[in-house]
Write a protein of this length. Sequence first.
Length: 154
Amino acid sequence: MPQDLKAYSAILGRESEDAQYSALVPSCRAESELWRYQVELDRLGWSRWAVVAKGDHKLIGYCGFSPYGDDVEMSWRFLPEFRGCGLILEAAEAVTNYGFGTLGFARIISFSVPDNNLAQGVMQQLGMSLECFEGWSSCIVARYSLSSVYTHRL
């Protein structure tokens, strides 16, 4: 995990668009999150997965699920240089299909601050609908959701 920790810390610690949507990143946050994801993976069989560049296998982000009350939340974060080129949508589509098709989720939710147009664009391209606004940490976030097509056939 040491090589993962360094690469993941770079994703979390970048001065980037993400900084305005996240709390300040303490130095122990990356390690804490990686251990939490591993525990979720061991316990649930799913979590957030690493996204690596095809050529050099460099960690460029993550995309995956985390439990959120009775729901399953999908989230992602990518290095700035890998945004806006379709990789986030590609990862989110693959993860969504895996969640509905293989894991059998009935519904997936995702959150975004109202002015994060990139994230909301990905959610909308996935077919997610704006469900509500709610308070989270020190800001208001938009909750988007998508239900499995299989639940509509029951």
